[in-house]
Design a protein around this ligand. Structure first.
Ligand SMILES: [Mg+2]
Length: 348
């Protein structure tokens, strides 16, 4: 049994090792030893008379070829194990380094360095080094693991295909205005591409009343059910939607209500997207922190921008007319963009 402990200070003479958790450009820097098939955090033994910070810098250079870097002490760690120094507690100092430049060749027993997005699976010291990383994380040296607990979906053009409803609406506008469906459609598209609501804009400009939303033409996308079914096994599922009264019943009729734990719809709540209050209501009722939630929707203005402002993660599903939106600045950029719901499964 290997025991790893952490201290803020110990007598300097006790420090025999330096271990340097390293990153470069936001990616992990690990070493692969010539005789091993596993990965390790750079580090090594302190030499006689050497200052422990010098040990860390020397080892970092020898093991990774780092030439320019920042290095900061994190804490002291100790290892106690029966097969390690006869069960004596041994001490080392843990550092964090951000490496800017590397030398081309390595001059040590290290075969190569690995720069990776994810932590390795095959650690050289699996009972020790993952614990050192966790401690560094706890002490604020690494980004906190942001665990996703809740997925909040928009309804229209995210879970529900509204293309037939829009088609009906455009046809009615055409009838009322004396233009063809094709002309109306083209006209509306040009507004959507300018990040405006095309149907409203066309009706307004032609001086006709916006035809009623015929929800009987709504249907699920072919992958909605399967996607919700799979995701609901792992996450809590919520809905945050601008919908008329009766969202729950409509989702029930579509056969997906059973996968959804919480529905927050504008008509029942008296507040609509993009007002941040509707998102706050959803987070409050789900007892979920924004960083543990993902908002998934087709509309940049209604779904992505406000959720992002609140600190939720965001996925833009480029379906329906919302996909015509032109991103103009950083606040509109979702964390992930997908072309359909099934693609979400690759990320969650
Ligand atoms: Mg929508």
């Amino acid at each position: 049994m290997v025991e790893v402990r952490f201290y803020d200070t110990v007598n300097d003479e006790l420090l025999k090792f330096a271990v340097i958790i390293s990153q470069s450009n936001g990616k992990w820097v690990f070493c692969k030893h010539k005789e091993r098939d596993t990965y390790e955090v750079p580090g090594g033994h302190r030499e006689d008379g050497e200052d422990i910070l010098e040990t860390a810098k020397r080892e970092l250079y020898e093991e990774t070829g780092a030439i320019t870097f920042d290095i900061t002490p994190i804490c002291i760690y100790s290892v106690t194990a029966p097969d390690n120094f006869d069960g004596m507690e041994t001490f080392g100092k843990l550092f964090f380094s951000d490496i800017y430049t590397f030398e081309k060749e390595l001059h040590s027993e290290i075969e190569k360095i690995a720069i990776m997005d994810e932590l390795p699976i095959n650690w050289t010291y699996p009972e020790i080094q993952p614990k050192l990383l966790e401690e560094a994380r706890k002490r604020g040296f690494l980004p906190k693991k942001e665990e996703i607990k809740w997925l909040f979906f928009d309804v229209g053009s995210t879970l529900v295909d509204e293309s037939k409803v829009y088609e009906d609406r455009m046809k009615r506008i055409a009838d009322l205005s004396g233009l063809t469906y094709e002309q109306i459609n083209k006209y509306a598209m040009s507004f959507y591409k300018e990040n405006k609501k095309g149907d409203l804009e066309v009706a307004r400009q032609l001086g006709v009343k916006l035809p009623k939303w015929e929800s009987q033409y709504e249907r699920l996308y072919t992958d909605t059910k399967d996607c919700l079914k799979k995701l609901s096994r792992i996450y809590k599922i919520g809905v945050i939607a601008n919908q008329s009264l009766g969202t729950s019943e409509r989702l029930e009729n579509l056969g997906v209500r059973k996968y959804i734990d919480l529905i927050i719809a504008s008509a029942e709540e008296g507040v609509s997207k993009p007002d941040r209050r509707i998102f706050e209501i959803a987070l409050e009722r789900s007892c979920c922190k924004p960083e543990n939630a993902v908002m998934i929707g087709d509309r940049i203005d209604n779904d992505i921008v406000p959720a992002k402002q609140l600190g939720m993660k965001t996925i833009w599903v480029k379906q329906g007319l919302g996909s015509l939106w032109n991103i103009t600045d950083e606040s509109e950029k979702a964390d992930i963009e997908v072309n359909n719901l099934s693609d979400i499964l690759n990320f969650l």
